[in-house]
Ligand binder design. Sequence first.
Ligand SMILES: Cc1ncc(COP(=O)(O)O)c(C=O)c1O
Length: 457
Amino acid sequence: MAITINPDRIAQLAAKEEAELDAKLQKSKAMYEQARKHLSHGVASSYQLREPWPIYIDHGKADRITDVDGNEYYDFHNGFGAMIQGHANPIIFEAVKEQFPKGTHFAATTENIIEVADNLAGRWKLPKWRFTNSGSESTMDAIRIARGYTGRDTIMKIFGSYHGHHDAVMISIGEEYNDIGDHYHMNSLPYGAGIPKDLVPLTVPVPFNDADAMERRIKELDAEGRLPACVIMEAAMMNLGVVLPEPGYLEAVREITRKYGVVLIFDEVKTGLCIAAAGATERFGVTPDIVTLAKALGGGLPMGAIGGTEEIMSVVESGKVNQVGTYSGNPLSAAAALASLTEVLTPQAYEHLDMLNDRIVSGCERVLKEYDLPGYAVGIGSKGCVTFSDTKVIDYETYKLHQSADLNHLCWLYNMNRGVFMTPGREEEWTLSVTHTPEAIDAYVDSFEAMARDLTA
Ligand SMILES: Cc1ncc(COP(=O)(O)O)c(C=O)c1O
């Protein structure tokens, strides 16, 4: 049995680390005052907030970034998991440099996007692809394709999963434990204001890692005359730390969705290209009907994609469903993506990521054991985290029961004060890039050990 950590000790250490960090971020503080005049809350997206003021970045190179105060960090945030190629990757720079003088936008198809589609079809074994500019656009269009294909309105998602910022999926994400409903009838809850109340019940959440609960709910919805068009899910959940599928779960989901004629969408915006060459689909050996990609796909430029079977994508080809967008397949993003897919994200790159992830996971495991802290480390491909829980987290209910937000925050502060950049204000996983070295990994583990030592002193 691991030790119980005194919450007063966490608060005491957090106050000390916060003061130290704030003192190092005085130029960010001044920039915030200037920024907030015309930039709402001083940031371009609310996910970039951090209390008491945001951290403004000056530049990045390979596995490091430097903030406007001149503090240098190893980057484990990597732009919410998009920069697996490392910052300012020279191969991608060359590709962008070559494309720019040829024009950056036509809203007409160029050869490089055809080659990107060919590459993705080869990786995912899904024959038909379309392009977007972000993960949200990809999941939005994938859901519309599923609705158009089935002629149904209701959709199913996993409670606690994030799939972007459009209405259909801003439902049942991070909620107070008391509000979430019971395991077999989880509540459809809007994530913030502005989501029309009539849309909310169209999205039905179910728990992760419980195929029986999913089948039960699908049957009930069918009896009510509202069989879902699709199940949209991450094959491994990436926003509760990292929650892996239990053995047999994804296979059962595949069988159930097939049995009821429900389209299975794997949202691989985070897992795709990051946990294997063909993401979760390859790693877990279960092929969905539709895959959605973004983040790492564009090599640092905005880009998303949707891949599907011939049959399902036929509704796009026939014009039954309109899948459109001015910047879709943008040639500059396509040039970056193609260089990334063919020259950066090679089999050797995935071997390197696996090697680094083994090192960080085993380092964190050693620290947990040595200091008798409650928790365990999980890693897959370029992703991983430490989950501070005595028992295994398998879904939102078990996550909420055991997570310590205060301990996660303390971990973040220790990292920031020791040159390790992680996502501010959120319980995010780390993302390694192909440019990370064992030295960067050891810096992360050293910072984790410093926290463990101080917590148990
Ligand atoms: C699994 C998943 N899907 C979709 C999205 C939305 O992507 P974007 O922020 O590019 O719209 C995210 C963003 O974090 C995500 O993690």
